[in-house]
Design a protein around this ligand. Structure first.
Ligand code: GDP
Ligand code: IMO
Ligand code: MG
Length: 434
């Protein structure tokens, strides 16, 4: 049985939550491998809306094991709150959820430092989610981080936490000139939370390798998107983890050569939350129309998302650098009634033309877009369930995106609901199933 990955091809919020939910009923294990509660993955089931931050998107399905992999940074309080929220809605979370003991922990001092660093950056701020993600990953790399399993060893935890708190207090006071928060109860609170989570703690890599060896279907759920990847993204306006396919092995302990296929998710246009380059961004009236039509507000922070035309350079780069085998196109319905549509096909800076996303994009003022204009359509397509029933202009638009990305569009989504989905013209029926 296959092991498939689902990753975002843009700057996050491509609809990964919906895609994972629609594929999950086939899976035995759904595993997150990167990020933390900076993610917000929306799943709509009938009239019910779920926004998942740390818990993988297979949680609403019976009989599926959902793993928070070792590559995540986990805010224990946020995790417990999310678990309790689902439990209150009747989801048997404890049966279905596992947490890798190697995952690093986000402590309140990480969140505090996240806010202070952003303030310090001033105009150069990243626009982080404020969840402490960057500082927690920085500690991990600096080898001053604390892992979930460490909390369960009182002596080790006490020593490391003491050292970490002393270092963070000095940083906050001496560099940022602020008062550190009161962390006097942090040790006890953390132990209490870790004890609650103890029955869920596993060696995630061993669990995944065993599942795969037994012939079970393993599905990896990406968070954020290819252009937010620490190395591949629009640095420094990125998150602090490896969001693409390359992050899976490191972030779970699943061997890279066991991954069978990678599916990329992209919206039929582009959005971004936070600061940083966004070459196809639309401003004023058109941008606002797109934001309204797509209800483009962050699922985690509620911030309005910046909106723009589909950027072929971005999507092509994301497909190529991640070895994407098929694309899941979402939010096509949002473009109904927009009039003519633009698709960015290349960037130009003075005489130089970029068809691949260059490292310096967005920083030069002379950057120009090469675009192709395509006719729009006016029909409401939210009830369409066959490619051939899409308006002709809409079909042509999809074909154009496919050509630009150099990847097959396997599935098309025309609304947030579970059933608002159908095969792309060149989609393959069985490829994304068991
Ligand atoms: P994720 O972070 O990639 O999981 O995406 P988010 O949940 O942050 O944002 C995607 C938003 O688009 C959510 O509000 C979804 O309910 C919504 N959505 C997903 N697919 C579609 C679609 O095909 N059409 C429309 N109109 N909305 C969609
Ligand atoms: P999902 O999984 C969209 C963005 C933030 C900010 C940058 C760094 O829902 O697609 P961080 O808090 O990670 O240090 O912020 O990354 N960002 C996201 N944008 N979707 C996400 O997740 C994001 N996770 C982080 O807005 O620009
Ligand atoms: Mg999101």
């Amino acid at each position: 049985m296959p092991s498939n990955a689902v990753i975002g091809l843009q700057w996050g919020d491509e609809g990964k939550g919906k895609v994972i939910d629609t594929l999950a009923h086939e899976a035995h294990v759904v595993a997150r491998y990167a990020g933390g509660n900076n993610a917000g993955h929306t799943v709509i089931v009938g009239d019910e809306k779920y926004v998942l931050h740390l818990i993988p998107g297979g949680i609403l399905h019976e009989g599926i094991c959902n793993l928070i992999g070792r590559g995540l940074v986990v805010d224990l309080g946020a995790l417990i709150e999310e678990m309790d929220g689902l439990i209150a809605r009747g989801v048997p979370v404890e049966e279905r959820l596992r947490l890798d003991g190697r995952a690093h922990v986000i402590f309140p001092y990480h969140r505090h430092v996240d806010g202070l660093v952003e303030k310090w950056r001033g105009e150069g701020r990243i626009g982080t989610t404020g969840r402490g993600i960057g500082p927690a990953y920085a500690d991990k790399v600096a080898r001053t981080g604390i892992r979930v399993a460490d909390i369960l060893q009182p002596k080790i935890f006490q020593t490391r936490l003491k050292a970490a708190m002393a270092e963070k207090a000095a940083l906050i006071e001496k560099v940022y000139g602020e008062e550190p928060q009161n962390w006097s109860t942090l040790y006890e609170e953390s132990v209490q939370m870790a004890e609650r989570l103890r029955p869920l703690i596993v060696d995630g890599g061993a669990m995944l390798r065993e599942a795969y060896a037994k012939g079970e279907y393993v599905l990896f759920e990406g968070a954020q998107g290819a252009l937010l990847d620490l190395d591949g993204g629009t640095y420094p306006y990125v998150t602090s983890s490896w969001t693409g396919v390359a992050g899976i092995a490191g972030g779970t302990g699943f061997p890279p050569n066991h991954l069978d296929r990678a599916m990329g998710v992209t919206k039929a246009y582009t959005t971004r939350v936070g600061e940083g380059p966004f070459p196809s961004e639309l401003f004023e009236e058109v941008g606002e129309r797109l934001r309204k039509a797509g209800n483009e507000y962050g699922a985690t922070t509620g911030r309005p998302r910046r909106c723009g035309w589909f950027d072929g350079v971005v999507a092509r780069y994301a497909c190529q650098t991640n070895g994407i085998d098929g694309v899941f196109l979402t939010n096509l319905d949002v473009l109904s009634g927009f009039g003519n549509l633009q698709v960015v096909t290349a960037y130009r800076e003075k005489e130089e033309v970029f068809r691949d996303y260059p490292s310096q994009v967005g920083l030069g003022k002379d950057l120009e877009m090469e675009t192709t204009e395509l006719p729009g359509w006016t029909e409401d397509i939210t009830a369409v369930r066959n490619f051939s029933d899409l308006p002709k202009a809409c079909q042509d638009y999809v074909r154009f995106l496919e050509k630009e990305m150099g990847a097959r569009i396997e599935r098309i989504s025309v609304g947030p609901g579970r059933d608002q989905i159908f095969m792309g013209e060149s989609g393959q029926e069985d490829l994304w199933q068991r």
